[in-house]
Design a protein around this ligand. Sequence first.
Ligand code: PLP
Length: 378
Amino acid sequence: MVVVNLLETVIDLDAIATNTRILKNLVQPAQLMCVVKADGYNHGAIPVARTVLANGADQLGVATLAEALELREAGITAPILCWIWSPEQDFAAALDANIHLAVVSMAHAQAIVKYAAGKPEKLVQTTIKIDTGLHRSGVDESQWEAVFTLLKDAGTATGNIEVTGVMSHLACADEPGNPANDTQAAAFNRAIALGRKLGLELPVNHLSNSPAVLTRPDFYHEMVRPGLAVYGYSPLADGNDYGLQPAMSWVGKVTVVKPIEPGEGTSYNLTWRAAKPGYLAVIPAGYADGLPRRAQNHVEVTIGGHRYPQVGRICMDQFVIDLGDNPHNVRPGDEAIIFGPGGMSATELASRIQDINYAVICAPTGRTVRRYLGGQHA
Ligand SMILES: Cc1ncc(COP(=O)(O)O)c(C=O)c1O
């Protein structure tokens, strides 16, 4: 039996390759760390990692230990930095696999020092993630000196700890005019100066996420850390796409086309009723697949280059669109783009449902099957 997927994310790896090259050109001579956390922003971490590394990325960034180890297990040998872990986890397995773990607190620094002391033959590379104003994770400024000193002294004693740099994360980079950006950048510079004064070399420091990469070359330091831009989107409200190409399309195949008479309703609670005779079509994507129920009345799918509004309740597994008189003869099996190139962009859908494009591209799940175009997806 031929397997026909009714709901797919189609991932264009050539778009990811193009975006990587654009970012690399923009930031050089700074290095490029591409962020592939959350399964490569839902594009598939392994194929994305291979694609970005083949197109100029120097390093990979992930959130969790499992994400880091998945890349190593796939045979990816490039430097990988992981910044969400707990000393209670089996972080030794990640260090054994040469994953760079970010130190986000004194407890994390102590855990790394203890591991390094027990493995004198192993070089342990780490980055200190400092808080410069986001007040999320990261070493608080009151602890900078203590953490820097601990790692410096332990490194001198054992000879196998290398602090490759400091990193920090911006709170408001998607608002380029927000003074918090400069305040954080100044704190970042203070931390580098303090670390160097205490004897750390800190050769590779990084602060910039996608919006800072696109708007603040003065924040580049020795490396940048974009995620969203790699996948083809900007989080800025300036309407500029910076030449980036969205890589994901979410596509459902029409399962049913049926007539409806004036006054008849569709989907749960019959919240929409036909004003005139026409046709409806059913798309097999629902809230179990990541299309939020609150998106009701905000989605327009594109079939054969024509847009059709979603009507009535979004259900668990499907939703309904209004074809009007069906002038373009939509039929079962036709592809309906829910968002992505050729249809409504993830950014447009996000603004219609008061969300952000990050969340829209991370949403497709459930029965959605991923399919790749181009690139290196072996
Ligand atoms: C620490 C860190 N660096 C970089 C990124 C990439 O951010 P963006 O997708 O905005 O480029 C993230 C994502 O949230 C992050 O948490």
